[in-house]
Design a protein around this ligand. Structure first.
Ligand code: SF4
Length: 431
């Protein structure tokens, strides 16, 4: 979501004539887009603000400093404003407008040489212009479709910072996706905290399945993904749409968070392990060759060894293609931070994280080994350490060597090496 928000801010600034620089010493405007999902992310933001504040006071008094994202939140953050007086402008998550307004008022940026106007003419109003340095090099992009979240998982700070659930109008999303495709983007991921709730708050018939159908019709787009799903809203209509429309990748991201019902209840996730397991069966029924990723939190307040073992069993049973493992970190203001003791020692959290990581390494080695000698379709995203890098439809990372230019192309790769986290192969003739 932050990548998508940053792109929209960069696009807006470029329309006002700004250009990007890699060096803060050359910048007139510096913005930090923040995440507060864990304390470590918040601490890094404070470190940046201290460094940039010092730079502004000592050497660059005209530098416009912006703070964006969850550290600001939808309601603003007085504590941060008081602690960091060098910040000139605060941008709530997904809202670049306060900085764009300020820049327009100040005329702080000079008109650049880039042909923004020419490129803008190719697009309709409301469509998204990629920043100049991303045009022709960005093949994978992200489009938010529903902002915020109205669920109330006890550990989660997102509803406090990103606000209640708000779906974007379907036409706006489709126009944005079309404009990205016109600029060379081949794969779009539709984003929402609970993406399958897209349209619940809109009048009429909008829903994610319908949106996927409309985005699927866009010429030039090759692949469509969506994340993150919630087990309670991933229904058969949606699964059938994914299974039937060829451009929609058969890859589902559906967090479980714990393999134990008591922990799930304490998290107020709204489903049981049994219901989650049934959902995994349904997903596999609709897309037998698809991939499934999930999120897990270890060390939630009160999580016992045996409750943690239930999570290990769940991972072994369902053999996920990816598990995002997070150690529980109490976030101020959340129910778990206010009412539950953070009583699992840091060492235990780390050892549980490591245990799950080891389980996943072994599960994934087995899954990926089955692809040895087989051809997979890869969308080539770029060149990295003398190799081309891309992803399969099931979101697996693949590298291959070749002297030709392949960025932005769909190619077939025959897999000849498979590890848990990526695979390596050679170009194969198209089937
Ligand atoms: S559904 Fe996701 S974003 Fe919403 S409160 Fe729960 S964990 Fe947070």
């Amino acid at each position: 979501m932050n990548i998508a928000d940053s792109l929209r801010l960069a696009s807006g600034l470029e329309k006002l004539g700004a250009t990007k620089t890699e060096h803060i010493a050359e910048a007139d405007i510096a913005v930090l887009n923040t995440c507060v999902v864990r304390q470590s992310a918040e601490d890094r933001a404070y470190g940046w603000l201290n460094r940039v504040g010092e730079l502004k006071r000592n050497t660059k008094p005209d530098l416009t400093v912006g703070l964006m994202g969850c550290l600001v939140g939808v309601k603003g953050n007085k504590k941060i404003a008081n602690a960091f007086p060098d910040i000139d402008v605060f941008l709530p998550p997904s809202d670049p407008q306060p900085l764009l307004n300020l820049v327009e008022q100040q005329h702080a940026v000079k008109k650049s040489e880039i042909d923004v106007v020419g490129r803008r003419h190719a697009l309709q109003d409301g469509e998204l212009l990629l920043p100049a340095d991303e045009c022709g090099t960005t093949f994978v992009s992200y489009v938010p479709v529903v902002y915020g979240c109205s669920h109330a998982c006890t550990f989660c700070i997102i509803p406090f910072r990103r606000g209640i659930e708000r779906s974007r109008p379907i036409n706006q999303i489709v126009a944005e996706c079309r404009s990205l495709a016109q600029q060379g983007v081949k794969e779009i991921t539709l984003l929402g905290q609970i993406v399958d709730r897209y349209g619940y708050d809109l009048p009429g018939e909008s829903n994610l399945a319908l949106l996927l159908e409309k985005v699927h019709d866009i010429a030039g787009l090759e692949r469509i993904r969506f994340l993150t799903s919630h087990p309670n809203y991933l229904d058969d209509v949606l699964l059938r749409t994914v299974a039937e429309l060829p451009k929609i990748c058969d890859h589902i991201e559906v967090p479980v968070q714990s393999g134990n019902n008591e922990v799930l209840e304490n998290m107020r996730r709204g489903y049981t392990v049994e219901q989650y397991s049934k959902l995994i069966e349904r997903i596999r029924m609709f897309m037998p060759n698809g991939s499934i990723s999930c999120d897990v939190i270890v060390g939630f307040p009160g999580e016992t060894d045996s409750q943690f073992e239930d999570t290990c069993d769940l991972l072994l049973e369902h053999k996920f293609d990816k598990v995002h493992i997070a150690k529980y970190s109490p976030r101020p203001g959340t129910v778990s931070a206010r009412r539950m003791a953070d009583d699992v020692p840091a060492k235990t959290k780390e050892s549980r994280r490591k245990t799950l990581d080891d389980i996943q390494a072994s599960v994934l080695s087995d899954i990926n080994r089955q692809l040895l000698g087989k051809k997979v379709e890869v969308l080539v995203e770029g060149y990295q350490r003398d190799r081309w890098r891309g992803r399969t439809r099931t979101n697996k990372l693949v590298f291959f060597e070749d002297d030709s230019e392949w960025a932005g192309n769909l190619v077939d790769v025959e897999i000849n090496w498979a590890g848990p986290w990526f695979m390596v192969g050679k170009l194969a003739p198209p089937s």
